[in-house]
Write a protein of this length. Sequence first.
Length: 67
Amino acid sequence: MKQKLGEKYLNLTKDIKTNLNEKNGTKAVNTYVNPALTLSLGIVKWTTTDLENVQTKMRMLLTIFRF
């Protein structure tokens, strides 16, 4: 379940970042993508390393899209 949620989080980010400029892309990530992972925090037990792995992949994506 953790893997599916992480992949969904990253795929939503890819979809948003490819179509929007920097300012609107950041707003869209904060509005639509972050709640997808945040809502699962109370249901699925995430370890610190799991969250760090997702965060590292997210940073790599943002670097690729130059944000």
